[in-house]
Structures are given as structure tokens and as C-alpha cells.
Design a protein around this ligand. Sequence first.
Ligand SMILES: [Zn+2]
Length: 102
Amino acid sequence: MGEAERGEAAPRQTVTYFCHHDHRSVIAFSVEADVPDTWDCPKCGMPASLDSENPPEAPRIAPYKTHLAYVKERRSDAEAASILDEALASLRSKRKAGEIIF
Ligand SMILES: [Zn+2]
């Protein structure tokens, strides 16, 4: 069963990769393959390397930015202050005119 029917399996080597999360993944390669220095960890997807003492750092992912953070990127504080003044002036005049009652 198996090998006799399918022919001989190509000779293999197993290589152990280590990721940032201390996962240890044993990957089988053909002995003819060039073994890569890094491999994506099958358990967590982080890069893994051959060096158990020094696994690669997790790649930097840009932190989620709030809508306000994007607005602050586009507008300076001075612009923000002038927009706020405008909005307050408009609000106050509407209050005076009785259009807004709070
Ligand atoms: Zn992992």
C-alpha cells in the first residue's frame, strides 16, 4: 500500500521554524529544495525563522486611526480653531434668533 503503488517518495528533509509566539513548525521539504530562511507560521501567520533564540519580530501593522485622527492630520490646530469659532458664532446667532432653543 502507498509507496509501492505511487512510486518512491522523494527524499525529504524536515526543517523547524520558530515564530514570535513560540510556535514550532516542522516543515518537510524535498532534499533538493532550497530551504527558505523564513516561513509563515502555519498556526498564527507570523513570520518564522530557523533561529529559535531569535524569531523574527511581528511585522508592524499601522494602528487603527479614528475619524478624528484623520481630521487632525488634514487640519492644523489654527484651522480647527477657526472652524470652531465659525460654528460657535453660527450657533449663537441662531440661538439669539430663536431658531435653536438649547
Ligand atoms: Zn506562530
